[in-house]
Design a protein around this ligand. Structure first.
Ligand code: RIB
Ligand code: CA
Length: 326
């Protein structure tokens, strides 16, 4: 089987780290060209350092590129909701410190980020590539939106975009909206209107693929560096979700971003996938960042713009995570 050329776009973040770890632990499946950091779970200094820590802990030589520090249109209209993390550019975005922490509980990075900005590197790499590349954005879509606006020709070099974001029936950062799209709804709009081959993995799917504490303890018995990282990060997630957004089972947490990597390893991990038109509200009002998923086909004039994952096979997902810990 040919390796899939991929680029991660991450607001690392504990689940971003696990998404990257699953790919790094499957070198026969993925040729990872680079990791691009973006503002999101935390400000760009933290998300970049956390990405470096993840790559170094796992002994990978994948280059890391610093991305956008602010959302696409965050400061153009100061009277609208300022789309920056709570606590300023490097503060705590989600308010749930134990889910991510400002800095991941991994040794401080000694490797350095690349000199080139993530957006410029994305454009140059895509234009120069002989092969088409799969993008795996699992944070706000700021970098991808800028790259598309600056150089639309990159579309011809993009095989697929597997996005963690959006929500059909649930919200997390607000009653209506999912965090990645709430931080940068304009960027989400640009990507969803791009005509690219999009697989969208929303909260509905990631919440159905939660990991239980008992499963975590079992998969981490191997004691590998991947297992040690999984144990540290997921136990913090289980604690944080228990306090903030309990799953349908106690002592459990979703690993949102890792479901995107798992889908690329085994597409059947998503057991309810629909062709759907998805839009996003960026009006700055109470539903700002809400994803509008026309699953019921109420807008027949709107052609589907993505495959929308509505549910996952939890056991298959847990096995992919466990295999990555070996
Ligand atoms: O809403 C979940 C998403 O927001 C995940 O990507 C998590 O890492 C945060 O970025
Ligand atoms: Ca993320």
């Amino acid at each position: 089987m040919d390796k899939r050329k991929v680029i991660f776009d991450v607001d690392t973040g504990s689940d971003d780290a696990i998404a990257m770890m699953v790919a790094i632990q499957n070198p026969d499946r993925f040729d990872i060209l680079g990791m691009c950091s973006v503002n999101g779970n935390r400000g760009i200094d933290y998300t970049t350092e956390n990405t470096l820590r993840t790559v170094e802990w796992l002994g990978s030589d994948v280059p890391v590129f610093r991305g956008c520090a602010l959302p696409y249109a965050s400061t153009l209209d100061p009277w609208r909701r300022p789309r920056i993390p709570y606590g300023g550019a490097n503060g705590c975005a989600s308010g749930q410190s134990s889910i991510h922490g400002d800095l991941l509980d991994l040794p401080e990075a000694t490797i350095k980020e690349q000199d080139k900005s993530a957006v410029m590197w994305l454009i140059e790499t895509l234009l120069a590539s002989e092969d088409r590349i799969t993008l795996i954005p699992v944070g706000p879509l700021t970098n991808i939106a800028h790259a598309l606006r600056i150089e639309p020709r990159i579309k011809e070099k993009i095989e697929e975009v597997v996005i963690m974001g959006a929500a059909y029936h649930v919200g997390n950062i607000t009653a209506t909206s999912e965090f990645n799209w709430w931080i940068d709804p304009e960027a989400a709009k640009i990507v969803m209107d791009s005509g690219l081959n999009i697989t969208l993995v929303p909260l509905d799917a990631t919440h159905s693929a939660y990991v239980k504490g008992s499963e975590l303890r079992e998969m981490c018995k191997s004691g590998t560096r991947a297992a040690q990282m999984m144990e540290k990060l997921v136990s913090g997630r289980i604690k944080g979700y228990g306090a903030w957004q309990p799953m349908e089972e106690e002592d459990a947490a979703p690993i949102h971003d890792a479901l995107c990597t798992a889908y690329l390893i085994d597409p059947t991990v998503i057991d309810d996938m629909r062709e759907v038109w998805v839009d996003v509200d960026f009006s700055g009002g109470p539903a700002d960042g809400m994803s509008i998923c026309d699953v019921e086909k109420r807008h027949p004039d709107k052609k589907p713009n993505c495959r929308l994952a509505l549910h996952a096979d939890r056991e298959k997902f847990v096995k992919i995570l466990a295999d990555a810990c070996k």
